[in-house]
Write a protein that binds this ligand. Structure first.
Ligand code: PLP
Length: 380
């Protein structure tokens, strides 16, 4: 049986450091807002190249806190619009809705599955305040295009980097020549998730915000702590969202191997790219556009087929597990249907109908990848 993702195997590969680190925290008597969290925040900020990193309870909170902080600072008001790709995990949209803002759904490019900047421009109104690119499947969005648009219309750029820890933008970004150009450092603020299955995953929930904006960072940190910077003094109607000491220490251990793990994901992607009989099977992959390089950390290896469900069953019959990201697009979900259900989003809908994710976690062996390739190539 080839698992889609083997978290037990992944986390075992960090032993004995992982258990040592956990034991140290459990014996320390200090579990929240402590040294391990401060240390991880500093390490992750340095890794991304931003001066600020604030740990949060999860990725949804990280996104939500960014918008709450813009609301509190008066830079965004109720009903203001945020342009966001229609093909994303629902969390991206919920963070906007939860903060009284309005998601405006944008079709992606069918080649990259990331936001189509030309289409985004057609959605701009006097109420547009921000654009929220999602680096879907681990591939960076067209950030130069996003920046040009944001500069022209005075928009904030917020990255949903929940699937792209460590991805590096290849081209220079105008106005940011002296910056390290990793995900998390490509906009005004970025949100990460450390959900166990992400490229950098905790042993439970976790998230973070990275930013260059010191004012935003301070407001976010306060709102995440009940709106308080000084004990029992509350400036905002905050929430409680913290990265705890146990998760932070796990993340420090795992961050040290992130680049290596991402490189291994790219090796597996290359095996798939070079050995799957794409044309014979009329399979498509976003990977075949733009090549395999550091701007893609392959959180997911997507293939697209009009016979997706059959292909998934064929692989399952040969003991190979796959997943679909995602079976139902957000605008067709019960939770959002009333407001968004009537929108025509054919590219988004096609992606959800045709996408299949192949196993690509760093500890997948070449032999297993070979079996997966053979099995796909025998699909008639
Ligand atoms: C995982 C994910 C989130 C949410 O992260 P949680 O930690 O589960 O709250 C948000 N956006 C995208 C694109 C994700 O993949």
């Amino acid at each position: 049986m080839i698992k889609y993702l083997d978290l037990q195997k992944i986390n075992a590969s960090f032993e004995p450091e992982l258990s040592d680190a956990l034991l140290r925290i459990s014996r320390s008597g200090w579990y929240l807002h402590g040294e391990a969290t401060a240390r991880f925040e500093q390490e992750f900020a340095d890794y991304c190249g931003t001066p600020h990193c604030i740990g949060t309870g999860n990725g949804l909170d990280a996104l939500t806190l960014i918008f709450l902080a813009y609301r509190e600072s008066g830079m965004m008001n109720a009903g203001d619009e945020v342009i966001v790709p229609a093909n994303t995990y629902i969390a991206t949209l919920l963070s906007i809705l939860r903060t009284g803002l309005k998601p405006v759904l944008c079709e992606p490019s069918s080649e990259t599955c990331n936001i189509d900047v030309a289409h985004a421009e057609t959605l701009i109104t006097p109420r547009t305040r921000a654009i929220l690119p999602v680096h879907l499947y681990g591939r960076l969005a067209d950030m130069q295009g996003v920046h040009d648009l944001a500069t022209r219309y005075g928009l904030k750029v917020i990255e949903d980097a929940a699937q792209a820890h460590g991805a590096i933008y290849n081209d220079s970004l105008q106005g940011r020549e002296n910056r390290s150009l990793r995900a998390g450092n490509l906009g005004d603020a970025a949100a990460f998730s450390f959900y166990p299955a992400k490229n950098l995953g905790a042993l439970g929930d976790g998230g973070a915000i990275t930013t260059h904006d010191a004012t935003l960072a301070a407001i976010v940190r306060s709102i995440a702590n009940y709106g308080s910077t000084e004990k029992y003094i509350h400036q905002y109607q905050g929430i409680n969202s913290r990265l705890d000491e146990l998760q932070a220490t796990v993340l420090s251990v795992k961050l040290s191997r992130l680049d290596k793990d991402n490189a291994r994901r790219r090796e597996i992607a290359r095996l798939y790219q070079e050995n799957i009989h794409w044309s014979r099977l009329e399979l498509r992959s976003t990977v075949n556009i733009g090549g395999i390089n550091e701007s893609n950390v392959f959180h997911i290896f997507p293939v697209f087929s009009s016979r997706r469900n059959e292909l998934q069953r064929h692989l399952a019959a040969h003991n190979i597990n796959t997943q679909i990201h995602y079976p139902i697009p957000p605008h067709h979900q019960e939770a959002l249907k009333q407001e968004y259900g009537m929108q025509q989003l054919p590219i988004t809908e096609r992606i959800h109908n045709e996408e299949l994710s192949l196993p690509i976690y760093p500890l997948l062996t070449n032999e297993e990848a070979g079996q997966i390739i053979d099995c796909i190539n025998t699909f008639a």
